[in-house]
Design a protein around this ligand. Structure first.
Ligand code: PRP
Length: 213
């Protein structure tokens, strides 16, 4: 039995469909109930539905053997897991954004609102810019509008949220996509099964990429 941590929400649906495509379907997942542990009757996999930001924590501590998580969450959490595959979907970018008319005052630290303090600190250190981090948990775009911060560091997917709140991307920080990860001990004891899934996932992604061309 393999425990698979799936992120609830839009990424989760994509991930489940991919696992289903490679033969790990689980009828309970399609019933749409509110259970958080869904077992396949054949006993091959058990899906754990967790908050996207918690996937790597479950995997790191061995509550799940494998999981799928955004590279943003992985970098921010700094979790001790194996990153086995870039799944190539859930694509977005980590960026710095500010009000359209923002003028930076380089004489003082930049006030940065973000859900990603670790990524922000590392990035600004790399460009030698002093900052003050304001850690928020959501609706980050509000911070510069209300003067709580100068800029935000956040993920941008379609750009709609920025546009609708009068913000623009100023600096690109990192490209982001979903990653297939594994617990380190599980990789010792269940390596054959996990590598098999990794290969099948890689093949399914290649096939999809081929269909798009
Ligand atoms: C994320 C992110 C942006 C938005 C970007 O927020 O923090 O606000 O999506 O997407 P877009 O470029 O397609 O508009 P999320 O939906 O996770 O909600 P949150 O504000 O609660 O973090």
């Amino acid at each position: 039995m393999l425990n698979v941590a799936l992120p609830k929400g839009r990424l989760g649906d994509k991930v489940y469909n991919l696992f289903k495509q490679i033969g790990y379907d689980c009828r309970a997942m399609e019933d749409g109930d509110r259970k958080l542990v869904l077992r396949d009757p054949d006993g091959e996999v058990s899906y754990l539905l967790v908050k996207p930001s918690d996937v790597a924590i479950y995997v790191e501590h061995g509550a799940a053997d494998i999981g799928v998580v955004g590279k943003d969450v992985l970098l921010e959490g700094g979790n001790d897991v194996y990153e086995l595959l870039d799944l190539g979907f859930g694509k977005c970018r980590m960026a710095e954004a500010a009000p359209v008319d923002f003028k930076e005052n380089k004489q003082r630290p930049l006030r940065v609102a973000t859900k990603y303090p670790r990524i922000a600190k590392k990035y600004y250190a790399s460009i030698c810019r002093e900052i003050e981090v304001i850690k928020l948990n959501g609706s980050i775009e509000l911070a510069p509008i209300l003067g709580l911060s100068d800029v935000i560091v956040d993920i941008v997917e379609t750009g709609t949220t920025l546009k609708q709140n009068g913000l623009d991307v100023r600096r690109e920080i990192l490209p982001i996509s979903a990653r297939f990860i594994a617990n380190k001990a599980s990789m010792k004891f269940k390596e054959a099964q996990i590598r098999d899934i990794q290969q099948k996932l890689a093949a399914a992604i290649m096939e999809k990429a081929g269909e798009k061309k």
